[in-house]
Design a protein around this ligand. Structure first.
Ligand code: PEP
Ligand code: MG
Length: 583
C-alpha cells in the first residue's frame, strides 16, 4: 500500500512503525460547590507553574542538543502560559459555571483555537499548534495524566502520528527515530522545519497514516518524494534500499563541498548566501557553507512579543550576526510587515487586499519614528562587519529616494550622538514589484545592489496570490513574463556595474538555478539546507552550457515547455541529481 503526502525532510528510512498515540483527552464534567472554587483556581495555577517548569526544562535540553534557535519556539509557548486573557477567562468561567477547571479550560482552549483557525493569516494560524501544544500540557498536568514522550524509545522505529508538536519532535530520542510521518501538517510547519534541521526523513500531510498503519508494520518512507509504503514486497524494498544508500552517499559528497567555491566547471563564480530570520540560525548557515547572508528578514525580531524592539535590542541582534559572520556580507532587510506577516502590537487596520496594501516600505515611510529606530540599529552594527541595508517593496525611484532620505536622517542623528557607523554602508533595493522591475535601469543608478524578490514578483506580475492554494497551479517561476523581468533586472544592474542577487524560494531549486546562472545572476540566497545541493549543481555544469540553456528558455512560450526543457537538461547535465531527486 502506498500513501502520498507532502515531502517535509529529504531522505529514505526503512523500518518498523511505531504508532504514537496523540488522542485527545477525555474530560468528565464535574460540578464544583461554590466554596471549592478557590481550590480549583489554585489547581489551575499549580498546573500553569508545573507546565512552565516543564517547558523551561525542554528549552534547556534543546538548546544543548540542537542550538538555541529551536528553543526559541518555546518562547511562544511561555507567552501562551502568561496570557492574561486566557487565564482570566478560565477564572471567570469557573465562577460562573461552577464546573471543574479541566472542563472550563478545555472550553476556553477550543474557543481560542477556533478563533485562530478562522483568521485569514498564515502566521496566526501557525500559532494554533503552539496554543494546542501548551494547552494539552496544561490539561495533562491538571488530569495528572501520564506524560507521553518519545524520549524512551527502546528500538529504532519510524514514528507514525496524527500530528507531532514541536515538543514531541524536540524530545524524540534521535538515535531511535529513523524518520516520521504525520496525518496533518504542511511543508512549513514547525515540525517539518525541525525534521529538516535534525536531518531525518519525514513526510507530513498523509491524511490517513494513523488509520492505515499499525505498530510493527514494515514501512518505507521517502521524504524526498513524500511517499510512504506499508509492508512493501521484496522488489520494492530492494529498490528503496538502493535509493537510500545513494542518498547517503550523495549527502556525504555534499558535506565535502562545504569549503569549496560555487564555481562552474569553466570557472564562472557566483555567491551562495543564506536567508535567515533569527540570529540563532547562524550556526546552521555556517555548517552548510553559506558565503553570506543575502536576506535577513528582520520582521521576526518584532514578532511573538509585546511592544516593539528597542534600538539597543536590535543593535545587539544585528551585531551578533555580523560578528559571527564577519568574513562575509550580511544584507539586513528593513521591516517588511503586512501581506501575510502582522504584528499584534501595531494597530494596522484590516485591509481588503493586504498584499497590495499598507505594507513594508510604505508602512515604514509612514512611521519614520519606528523606521529610524531600526535604521540606527543597523547603522551602529555596521561597524562590526560588512552589513548592507536593503529596502523591501520599492515601487520606483521616488519611493527609493524617500527611504534613502530617512536613512540619511538616521545617520545625522547618530553623528549628533557621536555614535560610530559605516558612513558608506551599501544600500540595496528589493525588486519585487513589476513597476520596479520595469524601471530597474533608473533604480540601478541610485543603489549599490539589487535583490530580486521572486516570491512577491511572481504574485504581482502574474496576479496570483502567493498564499492561495486554489490558484497555486498558476504561481509559476518559469512563466515567460517572470523570466523576462528577471533577465531585464540582471542586465540593468550589470549595465550600471552593480551586483544582482535573488532571494525568493526560486533561488534554492537546482532546475531554476540553471536558468538563473545562465542569465548571469551574481548571488543566490536561499534557506541554509538548500545550499549544498545548489553548490553541487553549479560545480557540475559549464557556464557556456547554461548560458545557452537560458537563451533557449527565453524563446519558449509557456511555463510547461520551460519546465519540461529544464528538467530534461538538468537530468542530462547532472545525472547524479536525477537519481536522488524526483521531478
Ligand atoms: C520575496 O518576496 O521573494 C522575498 C524574498 O521576501 P518575502 O518572502 O519575505 O516577501
Ligand atoms: Mg517579498
Amino acid at each position: 500500500m502506498m500513501l502520498r503526502g507532502i515531502p517535509a525532510s529529504p531522505g529514505v528510512a526503512i523500518g518498523k512503525a511505531f504508532l504514537f498515540d496523540t488522542r485527545r483527552f477525555t474530560i468528565s464534567i464535574k460540578r464544583i460547590k461554590e466554596d471549592l472554587i478557590p481550590k480549583e483556581i489554585v489547581r489551575f495555577e499549580e498546573a500553569l507553574i508545573k507546565t512552565r517548569s516543564e517547558i523551561i526544562d525542554i528549552q534547556e535540553k534543546i538548546t544543548k542538543e540542537m542550538g538555541s534557535h529551536h528553543a526559541e519556539i518555546f518562547n511562544a509557548h511561555l507567552l501562551v502560559l502568561e496570557d492574561r486573557m486566557i487565564i482570566e477567562e478560565v477564572i471567570d468561567g469557573l465562577k460562573k459555571e461552577r464546573k471543574c477547571v479541566e472542563h472550563i479550560f478545555a472550553k476556553v482552549l477550543d474557543k481560542y483555537i477556533n478563533v485562530f483557525a478562522k483568521m485569514n493569516d498564515e502566521y496566526l494560524k501557525e500559532r494554533i499548534s503552539d496554543i494546542d501544544d501548551v494547552g494539552k500540557r496544561i490539561l495533562r498536568n491538571l488530569l495528572g495524566a501520564e506524560k507521553r514522550s518519545l524520549s524512551e524509545l527502546k528500538q529504532k522505529v519510524i514514528v507514525v502520528a496524527y500530528d507531532l508538536s514541536p515538543s514531541d519532535t524536540a524530545t524524540m530520542h534521535r538515535k531511535n527515530v529513523m524518520g516520521f510521518i504525520t496525518d496533518i501538517g504542511g511543508r512549513t510547519s514547525h515540525t517539518a522545519i525541525m525534521a529538516k534541521s535534525l536531518e531525518i526523513p519525514a513526510v507530513v500531510g498523509l491524511e490517513k497514516a494513523t488509520a492505515r498503519i499499525k505498530t510493527e508494520d514494515m514501512l518505507i518512507i521517502d521524504g524526498t518524494e513524500g511517499v510512504t509504503i506499508v509492508n512493501p514486497d521484496k522488489a520494492t524494498l530492494k529498490k528503496y534500499q538502493a535509493r537510500q544508500s545513494q542518498f547517503v552517499r550523495f549527502e556525504k559528497t555534499l558535506v565535502n563541498l562545504k569549503n569549496e567555491r560555487a564555481e562552474t566547471i569553466d570557472g564562472h563564480r557566483v555567491e551562495l548566501a543564506a536567508n535567515i530570520e533569527l540570529p540563532e540560525e547562524i550556526d546552521s548557515i555556517i555548517s552548510h557553507g553559506a558565503e553570506g547572508i543575502g536576506l535577513y528578514r528582520t520582521e521576526f525580531l518584532y514578532m511573538n512579543r509585546q511592544g516593539l524592539p528597542s534600538e539597543d535590542e536590535q543593535f545587539e541582534a544585528y551585531k551578533k550576526v555580523v560578528v559571527r559572520f564577519s568574513k562575509y556580507p550580511v544584507v539586513v532587510r528593513t521591516l517588511d510587515l503586512g501581506g501575510d506577516k502582522f504584528l499584534s502590537q501595531l494597530e494596522v487596520p484590516h485591509e481588503m487586499n493586504p498584499f497590495l496594501g499598507w505594507r513594508a516600505i510604505r508602512f515604514c515611510l509612514a512611521k519614520p519614528e519606528i523606521f529610524k529606530v531600526q535604521l540606527r540599529a543597523i547603522l551602529r552594527a555596521s561597524v562590526y562587519g560588512d552589513i548592507k541595508v536593503m529596502f523591501p517593496m520599492i515601487s520606483g525611484v521616488g519611493e527609493l529616494r524617500q527611504a534613502i532620505d530617512v536613512l540619511d536622517e538616521a545617520k545625522k542623528e547618530l553623528r549628533a550622538r557621536k555614535a560610530k557607523f559605516n558612513e558608506n554602508i551599501e544600500v540595496g533595493a528589493m525588486i519585487e514589484i513589476p513597476s520596479a522591475a520595469l524601471t530597474c535601469d533608473l533604480l540601478a543608478k541610485e543603489v549599490d545592489f539589487f535583490s530580486i524578490g521572486t516570491n512577491d514578483l511572481i504574485q504581482y506580475s502574474l496576479a496570483v496570490d502567493r498564499v492561495n492554494e486554489k490558484i497555486a497551479y498558476l504561481y509559476s517561476p518559469t512563466h515567460p513574463a517572470v523570466l523576462r523581468l528577471i533577465k531585464n533586472i540582471i542586465n540593468a544592474g550589470h549595465k550600471e556595474k552593480i551586483w544582482v542577487g535573488l532571494c525568493g524560494e526560486m533561488a534554492g531549486e537546482p532546475r531554476f538555478g540553471l536558468i538563473l546562472l545562465g542569465l548571469g545572476l551574481d548571488e543566490f540566497s536561499m534557506s541554509a539546507q538548500a545550499i549544498p545541493e545548489m553548490k553541487y549543481t553549479i560545480r557540475n555544469v559549464r557556464f557556456s552550457d547554461v548560458k545557452k540553456l537560458a537563451e533557449k528558455v527565453l524563446t519558449l512560450p509557456t511555463s510547461e515547455e520551460v519546465d519540461r526543457f529544464v528538467n530534461r537538461r538538468l537530468d542530462e547535465l547532472i545525472p547524479a541529481l536525477k537519481k536522488i531527486r524526483k521531478k
